[in-house]
Structure formats: structure tokens, C-alpha cells
Design a protein around this ligand. Structure first.
Ligand SMILES: Cc1cc2nc3c(=O)[nH]c(=O)nc-3n(C[C@H](O)[C@H](O)[C@H](O)COP(=O)(O)OP(=O)(O)OC[C@H]3O[C@@H](n4cnc5c(N)ncnc54)[C@H](O)[C@@H]3O)c2cc1C
Length: 293
């Protein structure tokens, strides 16, 4: 069977796109490896109507609603390779099965490169975050530690006082100049120059000189890149963003390969569930139009 659209990545963006296509009675294959970016967090915030709901539960409910449409095929697999061209794409899954589709949608999300600090990985999404809009409110205006990863951390440290009293750990990642130091001071941010040794407790920072500083929560700016290289291997251009790299698309969410589209975190900044869903809904409509006109 030739599918109208093969959606690679069945999370918020991919499902939002698939929903539009299914409601136009199009044949959609979703190939999903099931590794949402927010799988480390217990609660998702800021998505209208689902505020505070477990992120897996939001995805489960959406998938249940999609399953009611008879033109959906869903496989739990990793898509290993995409080849071909508009109207004749072939996607090979990890089990070796080849799937034909007229259009492709990459909704594959991004991966976060975390700073290499002992104790950080296991606290990611629980006590240390990147987005204050998603997880700032719950810290109840307590003390916040911001661990720098580069000059972009300046912006994060200046924003965070909206949610609590902030200490910026430079951790050797960058050196603010006099003007930047004055800006941070004006926002009430304390600068800590001593290197971070490790994280302890819930959100405690052990410094290289032995001091232990306790916080309600921690933030750090990660660098992101597409979590799959499948679009790049097909020939889609990858572009630099403020936060890392993403798949390049035009206003219709089409990549530089005709007939192949991309949406969600993989193809836009900034990132959130709401924005991924909106981007996916738009991509779904544009894919449908490309099949009609
Ligand atoms: C710790 C943390 C907490 C967060 N908390 C919030 C929050 O509270 N509120 C909020 O709005 N946002 C939050 N976010 C951001 C949110 O997770 C993302 O914006 C959102 O998940 C993006 O959705 P997406 O569909 O584009 O990608 P994802 O949700 O990352 O999904 C991508 C999907 O594609 C699949 N995939 C990738 N490659 C392949 C392949 N080759 N074959 C098959 N499948 C593939 C993956 O397995 C995954 O299922 C958080 C992020 C992190 C890291």
C-alpha cells in the first residue's frame, strides 16, 4: 500500500499533523520510536487544557483519539532510512520493512546535550530544567541556580528572576564583561565564579571549594540537535539556530527536499508542547494541500 503521508515521529507535533490528514480521510502511516523529549518530567505545564498533566498521558490520550480514524496505520519502530522523491518516498524501518509514501513528515524532535556535571543527568526534568515557562512556577519563588553553558546563559539568568532569587554559576562557560555584570546585578542575580563539582540532594550544588548551596530548582541552557539524522541523510538542509541545529523548512513547513516536510522541535524554535502541536497542525494542513493542488 502507498500511504499518502508517512509521519516519522508520533509525539505531539507528528500526531497533530496526522490528525489533520486523517480528518481529510488520507492514508497516514506513523512510525514512532516512543522517545519524547519530555519523558524525563513527571508533569507538563503550559499546554492549555492539559496544564500539569503527565506528558505521557497527554500523548496517550492523543494517540487514542487518532486510533479512531480508519485510515491510520501506526508502527512502533525506528525509521532507519528515507529515500526516493516526491510521490515515491520509501522509508525503511529498523525491522527491515519498507514503507511507501507520497509525502514525508519529519516530526522527530530534538536531543538535548547536557553539561557534563556529576549528578545532573538523573535530575534532568525533575530538579533541573531549561524552560522557566514550563517549570518555573512550581519552584514557588524559591532560590534558583542557573548553570551556565555559554554566552546564551546570560539571557537565561536575566529572565529567571521572574521566578525566584537567582545565582548564576559561570562554571568556566563564559566570562561576562563589565556591562553584562552590571545588567545581572540590576536583575538581582548573584554571580558565582567557583566551578561546580557536582549536584547533590534534590537541587543542591557542591562547589569545587567544598561549599554546598541549596536551591528550590536549577536551570541550564542545553544545546539541541535533531534526534534523528534521517532527514539529513535524505538531503534536507540543516540550519543553525540560537539553541543548536534544526531541519530547515519554509513557511509551509516543507524542507529543502520537495515533498518532505518537518515540524515541531525538529524544525522550529522556541520549543514547547503547545508550539509543537500548533506547528504540527499547520504542517498537516500544508501536506494535505500539497496532495490536492
Ligand atoms: C525535561 C523537559 C521538560 C519539558 N517540559 C515541558 C513542559 O512542561 N511544557 C512544555 O510545553 N514543553 C516541555 N518540554 C518541551 C517539550 O518536550 C517539547 O517541546 C515537545 O516534546 C516537542 O514535541 P515534538 O513532537 O516536536 O517532539 P518529541 O516530543 O521529542 O517527539 C519526537 C518523537 O519522534 C520519535 N523519533 C525520533 N526519531 C525517530 C525515528 N528515526 N523513527 C521513529 N521515531 C522517531 C521520538 O521517539 C519521539 O517519539 C520539556 C522538555 C524537556 C527536555
Amino acid at each position: 500500500m502507498t500511504h499518502d503521508v508517512i509521519v516519522i515521529g508520533g509525539s505531539y507535533a507528528g500526531m497533530a499533523a496526522a490528525l489533520q490528514l486523517l480528518r481529510a480521510r488520507r492514508k497516514v502511516l506513523v512510525v514512532d520510536a516512543g522517545k519524547r523529549r519530555n519523558r524525563f518530567a513527571d508533569a507538563s505545564h503550559g499546554f492549555l487544557g492539559q496544564d500539569g498533566v503527565n506528558p505521557g498521558e497527554i500523548a496517550r490520550r492523543a494517540k487514542e483519539q487518532l486510533a479512531a480514524y480508519p485510515t491510520l496505520t501506526w508502527i512502533e519502530e525506528t525509521a532507519e532510512q528515507a529515500e526516493g522523491r516526491k510521490d515515491a518516498f520509501v522509508v525503511t524501518a529498523a525491522d527491515g520493512v519498507r514503507h511507501d509514501g507520497r509525502r514525508l513528515l519529519f516530526a522527530t524532535g530534538v536531543s538535548d546535550t547536557l553539561p557534563e556535571i556529576e549528578g545532573l543527568g538523573e535530575r534532568w526534568g525533575k530538579n533541573i530544567f531549561h524552560c522557566p515557562y514550563c517549570h518555573g512556577y512550581e519552584l514557588d519563588q524559591g532560590r534558583i541556580g542557573c548553570i551556565a553553558t555559554g554566552p546564551m546563559s546570560l539571557h537565561q539568568a536575566q529572565l529567571l528572576p521572574e521566578w525566584g532569587e537567582v545565582t548564576l554559576f559561570l562554571n568556566g562557560a563564559f566570562a561576562p564583561d563589565a556591562e553584562q555584570r552590571a545588567d545581572l546585578a540590576a536583575r538581582g542575580v548573584t554571580i558565582e565564579e567557583t566551578l561546580v563539582a557536582r549536584l547533590e540532594g534534590e537541587a543542591d550544588v557542591r562547589l569545587a571549594d567544598g561549599r554546598l548551596l541549596q536551591f528550590a530548582g536549577l536551570f541550564t541552557a542545553t544545546r539541541v540537535s535533531p534526534s534523528s539524522r534521517i532527514a539529513e541523510q535524505l538531503g534536507c538542509a540543516i540550519e543553525e539556530t540560537l539553541f543548536g541545529t534544526q531541519i530547515q523548512t519554509d513557511a509551509m513547513k516543507e524542507t529543502t527536499v520537495p515533498g518532505a516536510f518537518a515540524c515541531g522541535d525538529a524544525a522550529r524554535i522556541p520549543h514547547s508542547v503547545s508550539l509543537a502541536v500548533g506547528d504540527g497542525a499547520w504542517a498537516g494542513a500544508q501536506l494535505h494541500r500539497s496532495l490536492v493542488f
